[in-house]
Design a protein around this ligand. Structure first.
Ligand code: FE
Ligand code: FE
Ligand code: ZN
Length: 318
C-alpha cells in the first residue's frame, strides 16, 4: 500500500494532524516544526504527542516527514543567521525525539553569492553542529529547483555536503538522507518525465538510493530545467498533464518505481483538504494498477521523440 499524505497545519496540535490525515485517506503527513517564518515555538504537549503516537500505531502510518521552516539558511553569509539556523534545527530535533523514528527535512540553503563550494562547506559545518550520532530522527536534505543561489540543485551538490559531514564526523554515517521533490528535480533539469529510470540510476551513482528516504510529490507549473519552483496540483502541470507533455503514465511510474514505491510520498500541491483527499485517492488507485499499464501510456517511439525535443537533459548528459 502506498504511504501517502500531504502537508498539514500544526496549529491545532499533533493529534489533530493525525485525525485530519485519517479523514483524507492519508497514512503519513508533513508538518512544519514551527511557524514557517521562523519565530518562537510552543512548548510540546506530551499528552498530545502521546495521542498522536497511539493513532499512528493504530492506523499503521508510515514515517512522517517533518519540515524545517524555510527561513533557516545554514549557508547564509551572516554569522547570526547561520547560528539561528543551527540553534533552531537542534531544538527541532530535540522536539522530534518525542516522536522517534520519523524524518526531518530541510532546504540546504542559499549561498547568496558566496559560491557553491563555500555554501557546501558552511552547510556541512552547520550540520556537524546539529547532528548527533544515534539520534532517533533521520535528517533529510531536500533536492531543490535551483532558484537564485539555492544549494541542492544537483545530486552532486547534495552528495558533496553529505561527504563533507561524514569526513569531518565519521560517526554520523547514515544520519543524513535525501528527500526528492518531484517539482524541484524537474525544475532543476532532471528529466523525470521521459527518463525516471535514468535519473534514479544517476542518483544512485552519485548519492546512493539507500539515502533516498522520502518523496515530495508535486506537479510543476514550469517545464523541466526552469529553475522556478512553482508547485502545481497533480495532473495539472508539466509532469502529469498530457496537454503539457507529461501524463498519467509519468505519475504512474513515480508511484510504482521500485526505488520509490515504499517511501513516504508527501503532497505539497496548492490544495485545501478536499483537494488533497482527491489526489490521495487518485494516486492510490493509480498505484494499484501496477499489474497492468494505465491508460494513456505513450508508445516508446513517441517517448523517444519527446525526449529529443526536451531541452532539459543538460545535467544528465554532462
Ligand atoms: Fe521543502
Ligand atoms: Fe518540497
Ligand atoms: Zn517547492
Amino acid at each position: 500500500m502506498l504511504t501517502i499524505g500531504c502537508h498539514l497545519s500544526v496549529s491545532k496540535g499533533y493529534a489533530a494532524m493525525g485525525k485530519t490525515a485519517c479523514s483524507i485517506g492519508a497514512n503519513t503527513f508533513a508538518f512544519f516544526t514551527r511557524n514557517p517564518r521562523g519565530g518562537t515555538v510552543r512548548a510540546l504537549n506530551e499528552d498530545d504527542v502521546a495521542a498522536l503516537r497511539t493513532l499512528l500505531d493504530e492506523h499503521g502510518f508510515g514515517q512522517l516527514v517533518a519540515h524545517a521552516p524555510y527561513t533557516y539558511n545554514l549557508c547564509s553569509a551572516k554569522e547570526d543567521a547561520r547560528a539561528f539556523a543551527i540553534a533552531s534545527m537542534r531544538e527541532d530535533l530535540e522536539r522530534m525525539a518525542a516522536l522517534p523514528g520519523q524524518l526531518y527535512n530541510f532546504h540546504p540553503g542559499s549561498h547568496v553569492g558566496q559560491g557553491a563550494d563555500r555554501g557546501a562547506a558552511l552547510i556541512a559545518e552547520g550540520l556537524c553542529q546539529v547532528l548527533q550520532a544515534g539520534a532517533p530522527t533521520r535528517v533529510l536534505l531536500e533536492t531543490m529547483a535551483g532558484k537564485g543561489t539555492e544549494m541542492g540543485r544537483s545530486f552532486e551538490e547534495l552528495a558533496h555536503i553529505i561527504e563533507l559531514v561524514e569526513r569531518a564526523r565519521p560517526e554520523l554515517e547514515g544520519a543524513l538522507g535525501v528527500c526528492m521533490d518531484t517539482c524541484h528535480v524537474s525544475d532543476a533539469g532532471y528529466d523525470i518525465i521521459h527518463d525516471l529510470d535514468g535519473v534514479l540510476a544517476h542518483f544512485d551513482e552519485v548519492v546512493g538510493l539507500e539515502r533516498l528516504c522520502a518523496v515530495h510529490l508535486n506537479d510543476s507549473k514550469n517545464p523541466c530545467g526552469a529553475h522556478k519552483d512553482r508547485h502545481a496540483c497533480i495532473g495539472e502541470g508539466y509532469l502529469g498533464s498530457e496537454a503539457l507533455g507529461g501524463g498519467e503514465d509519468v505519475l504512474y511510474r513515480i508511484v510504482t518505481h521500485p526505488a520509490l514505491k515504499d517511501l513516504p510520498f508527501i503532497l505539497e500541491t496548492p490544495n485545501e483538504l478536499d483537494g488533497y483527499a482527491r489526489e490521495i485517492a487518485y494516486l492510490r488507485k493509480l498505484a494499484e494498477t501496477a499489474d497492468g499499464a494505465p491508460s494513456g501510456t505513450p508508445s516508446s517511439q513517441s517517448a523517444v521523440q519527446e525526449r529529443r525535443l526536451c531541452m532539459c537533459n543538460r545535467l544528465l548528459s554532462q
